[in-house]
Design a protein around this ligand. Structure first.
Ligand code: BJW
Ligand code: ZN
Length: 235
């Protein structure tokens, strides 16, 4: 712990990668593991363009359920510790796979959203993107002014990541002296590939997770614990 604390204190370039685990203590269910199911569906079966094409109403019902839940949730001690780390670090990039907006609400600034944003909708016909904070809709699926179906502006399986966000993430991870990986199962690519990328580029890699991940063996320090408990100790 002491050594990892010192790495974070002395580094002037830090990149962080977060996943659903950092929001678990805010009461937002993770995708995999206990509590990952919604009704009888697995997230992997809902977070696809095929599921949306087949049954947009059910996919939207899942997103509306999550919107309601997240709108009532508060950022956790883990989110807040990353704000503090950002404030004292000259070059800091927070790369997140999360779409919940809790890093924004905690006060993080330099956020790179790899999988989009739950609070943004995109028209499947005209492509227009707008911020949309509603937690209930008069009809599902909701429609754009142009008449087209709206979808959440998130990245589903089989879809490309936003190229600009991906480039920023790769650059930040390759340039980092310390990479901090928090609350991700590290099984979804290309995001998980940022971990070996940082390591190969020479960063000290610190992992914080309740459980072991496929990369626990290659990182420099692996802390098994809750983000909301470990991060405040590290920062
Ligand atoms: C705690 C905690 C606490 C709990 N404290 N810790 C290479 C190999 C194999 C497959 C592929 C590959 N490259 C691409 C693929 C295919 C696919 C993929 O990765 N599949 C694998 C699953 C096999 N990837 C894609 O399809 C990606 N696109 C792509 O590759 O495009 C290529 C392309 C190019 C050009 C044209 C077209 C295509 C897209 C991936 C999109 C992922 N989308 C989702 C949904 C987002 C929207 C939404 O939220 O609704 O993103 S899926 C879901 O998984 C979500 C998450 O961001 C993502 C990662 O999950 P995460 O965050 O790691 O959460 P969990 O639940 O898995 O883990 C939580 C962790 O927290 C656990 O480890 C716990 O222990 C821990 N934890 N409480 C600390 N308190
Ligand atoms: Zn439209």
């Amino acid at each position: 712990m002491e050594e990892a604390r010192r790495w974070l204190e002395e580094a002037s370039r830090i990149a962080v990668l977060t996943g659903a685990g950092i929001s678990a203590e805010s009461g937002v269910p993770t995708f995999r593991g206990a509590g990952g199911l919604w009704r009888q569906y697995r997230p992997e079966d809902l977070a696809t363009p095929e599921a949306f094409a087949r049954d947009p109403k059910t996919v939207w019902e899942w997103y509306v359920w999550r919107r309601k839940l997240i709108s009532k949730a508060q950022p956790s001690a883990g989110h807040r510790a990353l704000v503090e780390l950002e404030e004292r670090t000259p070059q800091f990039t927070l790369v997140t796979q999360n779409v919940d907006g809790l890093h924004d609400r905690a006060g993080s600034r330099n956020i790179c959203k790899l999988h989009g944003d739950l609070w943004v909708v995109r028209c499947t016909a005209c492509g227009r993107e707008t911020w949309d904070g509603r937690t209930s809709f008069p009809e599902l699926p909701p429609r754009c002014e142009c008449g087209g179906l709206l979808r959440p502006a998130v990245v589903w399986f089989g879809e490309p990541l936003p190229p600009e966000a991906w480039q920023t993430a790769e650059e930040a991870m390759s340039a980092a002296e310390v990479a901090l990986i928090v609350g991700t199962s590290a099984v979804v690519y290309p995001a998980a590939g940022l971990i070996p990328l940082a390591k190969q580029a020479g960063a000290k890699v610190i992992e914080v997770n309740l459980e072991a991940t496929p990369y626990s063996g290659i990182v420099d320090k692996s802390f098994r614990g809750k983000a909301g408990e470990v991060l405040p100790q590290l920062v």
